[in-house]
Design a protein around this ligand. Structure first.
Ligand code: 13P
Length: 252
């Protein structure tokens, strides 16, 4: 088992192209801090090409925040896998909790998006996580099990090996209330168990990222857990030094 840590920044609907360029320059200047850690950033679609150009040759991944499952068509406001790839993206988030809650994305749709990405050569990063009431009701594992099995339902075991999972408990996103390291490890171990069931031994190589109020101050203790393979960072990724500090804390 040799999972290299992966730290990704999700900018959500923040940063113009000019702001994105400045961020990339700062990140490049500090990349030595992230030695041994894979990095990725999810800019808004308008800044994808700018960021991909600015980070070319750096090894930093550039991901979309969402992508449509169809190759093309009358889908106003949507972007295809080919469009993301052409802009320089190497992967895409799928099913972020904000997409699920605000844009009605559901597991069956995400299953189509997962295989569309795999077919196009765009690395899918499937986001899952329970709402606060589900955790309080003791149904976290039921929710995670359902989100994983449905979201990966159209992918073969070999394809599932090419997926990254982001566990983001919804109550921890943007709230400053992060999961404790024990809670994160418990959820990640459960997720890996389901992945074993779906993909066999390959599950040991699948990276499971934790997201939800990850900051430089709390990253080290979360990332020290054996099944936490990195972080998906929202607010704290908006400043490049802060994302680099999280990456440094993640280093094995
Ligand atoms: P915060 O780090 O701001 O809580 O956001 C997490 C997230 O949604 C990353 O995708």
């Amino acid at each position: 088992m040799s999972r290299r840590p992966l730290v990704a920044g999700n900018w959500k609907m923040f940063k113009t192209r000019a702001e994105a360029s400045a961020w990339c320059a700062e990140l490049r200047a500090g990349l030595a801090d992230a030695d041994g850690v894979d990095l990725a950033v999810c800019p808004p679609a308008t800044a994808l090409a700018t960021v991909a150009d600015a980070l070319a040759g750096s090894g930093v991944g550039v991901w979309g925040q969402n992508v449509h499952q169809a190759e093309s068509g009358a889908f106003t406001g949507e972007l295809s896998t080919a469009m993301l790839l052409e802009a320089g993206a190497t992967g895409s988030l799928l099913g972020h909790s904000e997409r699920r809650a605000l844009f009605n994305e559901h597991d069956d749709l995400l299953a189509e998006k997962v295989v569309a990405c795999l077919a196009a050569g765009l690395a899918p990063v499937l986001c899952i996580g329970e709402l606060e009431y589900a955790r309080d009701a003791g149904s976290t594992e039921t929710i995670l099990d359902e989100q994983l099995r449905k979201g990966l339902a159209l992918a073969t075991p070999a394809q599932i090996a090419g997926v990254t999972i982001a566990y983001e408990p919804v109550w921890a996103i943007g709230t400053g209330r992060t999961a404790t390291p024990e809670m994160a490890q418990e959820a990640h171990a459960f997720i890996r168990g389901v992945l074993h069931d779906l993909a066999g031994e390959a599950a040991d190589d699948i990276r499971i990222l934790y997201g939800g109020s990850v900051k430089p101050e709390n990253a080290a203790e979360l990332m020290a857990e054996p099944d936490v393979d990195g972080a998906l960072v929202g607010g704290a990724s908006l400043e490049a030094p802060s994302l680099l500090a999280i990456a440094a804390a993640t280093r094995p």
